[in-house]
Design a protein around this ligand. Structure first.
Ligand SMILES: Cc1cc2nc3c(=O)[nH]c(=O)nc-3n(C[C@H](O)[C@H](O)[C@H](O)COP(=O)(O)O)c2cc1C
Length: 405
């Protein structure tokens, strides 16, 4: 396993002659096991195609802040910023270095640079005189004072024919610096769960019917967020994958990934598929429309029949892939025959624990500040908890399942 395995890297590519080297950088990151999303400035398109970088990264390349059609997510810059473990700008032109220094927000690259919560690594590449200019040097100093990492440009022959400082550092050196920054940035965690990577899913999912309507449920995300917070406090490196909720990221959570549909959540969870613990708290939709209309469905005075098809069973999929070191915890929300149904689900999906909520019991369920759960173990154990505030329920679940207390 390499130091970049499973890491989320946002690579910003600017309009400089060295942009072609971004392709090699993406290849090296991917080879090291990282997930890469590329953002290009509009001028970068003049030097290298989004098709090349999109193909190598296996992700859509973004340039504009505004979505290309009405359907797109206008908060994508926030989502990408939160997704990233590190943002690398390579090559960084004099123009973009200036924008990063003064906080200009006029493209997806500069918007993500402002909304990210991760370290920023800037790799300048330009002609020698542009690089040495007091304005450029001052902008790089501003970034360094702010805590961003700016690599020194390499010395050598430049595209202009001049020789001097200004070359993009070698892609392999950028990869090594990326590893160093990520290692230093990882906060030292202490506590009984230190050293464990843990993923929690939370909230509902949304299955689109047409551009304005969807099928969803009442999940508020509170329970999953409380579990993420507890696990982070106990030292785990927590990834929180959340459906649409109105909750801030809890303190100590290493990364948050926001998703909409069950299929998106499945993909996000699989990206964390090697984590030591996966806790599926999300109230995932079991059915999705067979096809979503691209246009708003008009009212015509008649009934409307929606054909629904099953969504992917994320828990069952995780259970079938479970590795020896992993623990898998599911949640079951039942309205009747709770214990029996939960036991069945525990066995069928190869879980280690299942947490049962019974809807309709006083103090339990969606939105309420409290919850009442029963924790069932694959070892046959059953622990019934009284009605407690959700933060205390979260603490009890984490302590009981992961620490055995
Ligand atoms: C052929 C050519 C090569 C260029 N190479 C560089 C370069 O290596 N570094 C740089 O800072 N600007 C370079 N520029 C200028 C940038 O393309 C220009 O400043 C542009 O506004 C950068 O926009 P961006 O940072 O948003 O991509 C070059 C321009 C041309 C026409």
């Amino acid at each position: 396993m390499t130091a970049l395995e499973g890491k989320h890297i946002v690579l910003g590519v600017c309009g400089g002659i060295a942009a072609y080297k971004a392709a090699e950088l993406v290849r090296l990151y991917k080879k090291a096991g990282a997930h890469v999303r590329v953002l290009m400035t509009p001028h970068a398109h003049r030097f290298v195609t989004p098709l090349t970088l999109g193909t190598l990264s296996e992700e859509e390349v973004h340039t504009e802040i505004f979505p290309p059609n009405e359907k797109g997510s206008w908060t994508r810059h926030v989502e990408i910023g939160l997704w990233a473990d590190i943002m690398v700008v390579a090559p960084a032109t004099a123009q973009t270095v200036a924008k990063l220094a003064d906080g200009t927000c006029d493209s997806m690259l500069t918007a993500v640079a402002l909304s990210r919560r991760c370290p920023l690594l800037v790799c300048p590449a330009m002609d020698h005189d542009m690089y040495m200019h007091a304005a450029t040097q001052g902008n790089m100093d501003t970034l360094r004072h702010r805590g961003d990492i700016v690599m020194e440009a390499a010395h050598g022959e430049l595209a202009s024919g001049l020789v001097g400082e200004g070359r993009l550092p070698e892609p392999a050196d950028i990869v090594n610096t990326t590893i160093r920054v990520l290692t230093e940035a990882a906060p030292r965690r202490s506590g009984p769960l230190a050293g464990q990577a843990l993923t929690v899913t939370a909230g509902p999912t949304r299955e689109p019917i047409d551009p304005v309507r969807f099928i969803s449920n009442h999940s508020s995300g509170t329970m999953g967020f409380a579990i993420a917070e507890t696990a982070a406090r106990l030292g785990a490196e927590v990834t929180l994958i959340s459906g649409p909720v109105a909750l801030p990221t809890p303190a100590g959570v290493a990364r948050r990934v926001d998703v909409e549909t069950t299929a998106d959540m499945h993909e996000a969870v699989l990206a964390r598929g090697a984590d030591d613990v996966i806790i599926m708290v999300a109230a995932v939709a079991d059915y999705t429309p067979a096809s979503a209309s691209t246009r708003k469905i008009k009212k015509d005075g008649h009934g409307l029949a929606l054909e629904l098809v099953p969504t992917v069973d994320i828990l069952a999929d995780l259970g079938s892939r479970k590795q020896r070191h992993q623990r898998l915890i599911g949640f079951a929300l039942e309205t009747h025959d709770g214990l029996e149904n939960a036991r069945g689900k525990l066995a069928r999906k190869n879980l280690d624990w299942i947490v049962l909520n019974i809807l309709g019991e006083e103090g339990a369920g969606f939105g309420a500040g409290t919850n009442k759960v029963t924790i069932l173990g694959a070892d046959g154990s059953t622990v019934k908890l009284p009605v407690l505030p959700k933060a205390e329920v979260a603490a009890a679940i984490v302590h009981h399942t992961l620490l055995g207390v």
